[in-house]
Design a protein around this ligand. Structure first.
Ligand SMILES: Cc1cc2nc3c(=O)[nH]c(=O)nc-3n(C[C@H](O)[C@H](O)[C@H](O)COP(=O)(O)OP(=O)(O)OC[C@H]3O[C@@H](n4cnc5c(N)ncnc54)[C@H](O)[C@@H]3O)c2cc1C
Length: 546
């Protein structure tokens, strides 16, 4: 490991034990390295023939080759932090630093694969209680040390990339040790859980009480409850269980100014709801140390099936009808023509894909067997009445089986020389066609002839989200290439009246567009809250607040 810069290391090496209790995430890619899959040869050939993708010249670096910045955290501050947590819960070894560098957007992965560790924290802190978090924040504020709350590290918007300037050092506050199910109020169907629990850990603890959160984003296996709340996540079954912010009925938050305890009732007329100020605050206002979450009974059945519509417009009309008049499936998603075509073809048979595939809808029903069956029957009548053809269980089961696999494919495509990235927005139903066209136009304008796929997977009475996946050949400077495309899309979303994010959040990547979305007065309100809660500006500097 080669530290950039010449300053002496203020931070001593820490024990080489893994940081999080859960299986460590691949540091330069996604998930469990054992599940990485090579691209089938036909796919590789298709990428070459259609998109002009060429294998990159330089292979990715090894972890030991990542260039880290010299740690600037003064030794005396480190000692103070250790006195709170014990030396074992303060990690400043290279591996811990690398593993807490940035998130998992495609540019994040490209930088890591190129050995650029310039955003690494100086040290990783592992608090075990709310009081310890409070104490750490007090020390960091006193010494102007930047603090990055770190959940699963799956941010795709630069939410874990703080501005170092003006700070004595940077620490990542990894919440992995805050991983308990604290209590279950079965009468109210509310469970108190700690923020460091990853999706599967939380579900396992709740399953022992025959309960579920029903929050299954694609990052479910690695992302944490704290991250879901802090970034306003939305899961693949949001039609049935709601977004994560719908589930939060209370929370405890540690700030440099003290503790906030919010939520005495599911809803309240006692002024503006401060829970909403913390939800989506991405570590810039405080550290969520506990969450009171609405839970549901674990479903006895899960039925997923596929439907075909002639066009994206026809499918969209059917989803809108279900969202507005019911009945709502638990999972409801519609792929556009391109995503349907690519998704339906089996990877080994991509050459044979047909353009007449139409548009695929996945409808899923979870719950009590009789209720789910009845809901399915009524929803099926609506879908059929609006031109849908039922494709049976196979497409639904196949979607459910592969729902967490796509991020592994991204790693393989990156290695093959393609840039693959996702982006998302939401708008009112009446604005969706314009928004869809605007994003596609911006991507084509910036990237030439990329492959652009889209789906709708979160629906509301008044509107829905649009989620795009883009694949293009990497240019000589793929980071600059993607940054230009992203800028162009952000501008297009703002101009077309969509929100800059439906569920990924703001981070650093959407900060300017967020400012355009909320206006100058909105920005002033955010800054005012930030100044009150974090007067020294140590919490995730540069993230969220324009
Ligand atoms: C492959 C992939 C698929 C994804 N799919 C989805 C999806 O389907 N739906 C979706 O909504 N998102 C998705 N995401 C985005 C990401 O998983 C979510 O934003 C998730 O909520 C982040 O959780 P995390 O625990 O990883 O948080 P992190 O990435 O660690 O942190 C996210 C932000 O929250 C802050 N933060 C974390 N914990 C706390 C805390 N306890 N208190 C205060 N601030 C905190 C961090 O400082 C950071 O700004 C995906 C990401 C990837 C890489």
């Amino acid at each position: 490991m080669t530290p950039a810069g010449t300053a002496d290391r203020a931070v001593p090496e820490a024990p080489a034990t893994p940081v999080a209790a859960a299986e460590p995430m691949l540091w330069s890619g996604w998930g469990d390295p054992a599940r990485a899959a090579d691209l089938p040869e036909p796919v590789r050939k298709l990428l070459q023939d259609i998109l002009g993708v060429r294998a990159p010249e330089a292979p990715p670096v090894n972890l030991e080759e990542v260039r880290l910045p010299a740690a600037t955290l003064p030794a005396a501050v480190l000692a103070e932090l250790e006195s709170v947590l014990g030396a074992g819960n303060v990690r400043s070894g290279d591996e811990a630093r690398v593993r807490h560098t940035r998130g998992k957007s495609t540019p994040d992965l490209m930088r890591m694969r190129a050995g650029d560790g310039s955003d690494a924290p100086d040290a990783v802190l592992l608090p075990g209680s709310h009081d310890e978090v409070l104490e750490l924040l007090r020390i960091c504020a006193a010494h102007r040390v930047a603090v990055v709350p770190f959940g699963g590290g799956t941010s795709v918007v630069g939410g874990l990339t703080p501005a170092r300037e003006g700070h004595a050092g940077v620490v990542a506050l990894d919440l992995a040790r805050l991983n308990r199910l604290v209590s279950v109020d079965a009468e109210s169907m509310v469970a108190e859980l700690e923020p460091g629990l990853r999706g599967p850990q939380a579900e396992e603890l709740l399953a022992a009480h025959e309960l579920t959160l029903g929050h299954f984003p694609q990052s479910f296996e690695y992302a944490t409850l704290g991250g879901f709340a802090a970034a306003r996540s939305s899961g693949q079954a949001s039609a049935g269980y709601g977004r994560f912010d719908d589930m939060v009925v209370g929370m405890t938050v540690a700030t440099p100014r003290g503790t906030l305890d919010l939520g005495r009732a599911p809803k309240s007329a006692a002024g503006p709801d401060l829970r909403q100020v913390i939800l989506g605050s991405e570590g810039a206002f405080g550290v969520i140390t506990s969450l009171r979450l609405r839970v549901r009974r674990a479903p006895a059945v899960r039925i997923y099936e596929g439907w075909r519509f002639d066009s994206f417009a026809a499918g969209r009309a059917a989803l809108r009808r279900l969202a507005q008049d019911g009945p709502l499936p638990t999972v409801l998603r519609l792929s556009d023509e391109t995503e349907t075509m690519i998704g339906l073809a089996k990877p080994g048979e991509l050459g044979g894909m047909s353009s007449g595939a139409g548009c695929l809808v996945i409808a899923g029903y979870e719950g009590d067997p009789q209720e789910a069956a009845e809901r399915r029957e009524r929803a099926a009548a609506v879908l059929a009445g609006l031109g849908g053809t039922c494709l049976g269980a196979e497409p639904g089961e196949s979607w459910a089986h592969g729902r967490y696999s796509a991020p592994y494919l991204r790693d393989s495509l990156l290695a093959a020389g393609a840039t693959v990235e996702t982006l998302e927005t939401a708008g009112f139903w009446s604005a969706l066609p314009r928004l869809y066209d605007a994003v596609r136009l911006a991507l084509h304008g910036a990237l030439g002839s990329p492959l652009v796929m889209c789906h709708i997977s979160h629906v509301y009475g008044a509107g829905a989200s649009l989620y795009f996946t883009v694949v293009t050949a990497q240019s000589e400077d793929p980071l600059a290439q993607w940054e230009a495309a992203k800028r162009s899309v952000n501008e297009a979303i703002v101009a077309a009246g969509g929100t800059i994010s439906h569920h990924h959040g703001v981070g650093r990547d959407h900060r300017d567009a967020y400012a355009a979305e909320i206006g100058e007065l909105g920005v002033e309100i955010l800054r005012g809250i930030k100044e009150r809660l974090d007067p020294e500006g140590v919490l995730n500097p540069g993230v969220l607040i324009p």
